[in-house]
Design a protein around this ligand. Sequence first.
Ligand code: COA
Length: 313
Amino acid sequence: MKGLKIVATGRCIPSKVVTNEDMSRIVETSDEWIRTRTGIETRHFCQGEESASSLAVEAARIALERAGISPEELGACVGCTVSADSAAPTVACAIQRDLGLPQGIPYFDLNAGCSGFLYGLHVTRGLLFQSGKPYALLVGAESLSRIINFQDRGTCILFGDGAGAVVVRLEEDAPYAHDLGAEGGSDVIYIGGFGSDEAYIHMEGQKTFRFAVEKVPQCVHRLLEESGLSLEDIDWFVLHQANKRIIDRVAKRLGAPEEKFFENIQHYGNTSAASIPIALDEMVEKGLLKKGQKIVCVGFGAGLTWGGALLEW
Ligand code: COA
């Protein structure tokens, strides 16, 4: 079966660090409440000219440089975001423009909430089947600070900005399984349309929490079933970084060791579609990912959507 291999990663995080103490000067909250309920200690917010596109361009530049490929070998570039600077041009088109990438391949953004990167992986694989080119660029990029309601303490403390990029290659013998889905039309999490009075993130926290701890283990089991692997065969679980308690609960439900679940939510908060590629890039930097290891990535979020992929490193 033709699977996807991640060839290189990159990330770009805005330099402005916002601590829980800083958030407690904006809404009635505390460092203790945020840490114990979410595991978040800091998040980063864009400043000045920084945006989802500018972060995406830099993350993509790093990933392409590390991949050491010629841009002519790219078959597609997909941006995953819920917080693009504008509906058009897209984040993917900004990458094409700013990095001078070849014009004759598809560039577009997709929105599947915080599951965007997983949807993007699967779409990218399909595009590579068609393109005849070996590589694709996939970027998760968010500037959620633009669409946070800073009067709602139940949501504003959760989110942060950042971008993560991967260069992927279609490979003949690489194992691959995917599972995507949605409970559509839900208003458990929603972001009002541009220009509306509700153009920010709304969320019912407890319902979202329950959705995640139910769907993520189900998704993992479907991936294992499709690939014929067992839980013990998986070296790393890289879940969407939304809440440390969700990650811990999922580990417990699955009966998998907590050490196999990578966590960086403490530094970045929830960066939506960017959280998994940022996590992968940090894991590479820390030397955690070894050749031949099997990774399960699962995202969940607005839609409500979920998405999972099983990959070999
Ligand atoms: N600081 C202090 N108190 C807060 C607070 C904050 N930032 N946010 C909410 N509270 C208060 C509430 O007002 C409520 O007070 P009350 O009991 O006096 O009414 C109390 O804390 C409990 O609120 P609740 O919403 O039940 O808290 P919770 O334990 O469910 O934690 C979340 C809230 C948002 C942290 C948690 O539900 C969560 O993480 N859900 C999943 C979110 C998620 O993953 N979203 C992204 C998906 S992509």
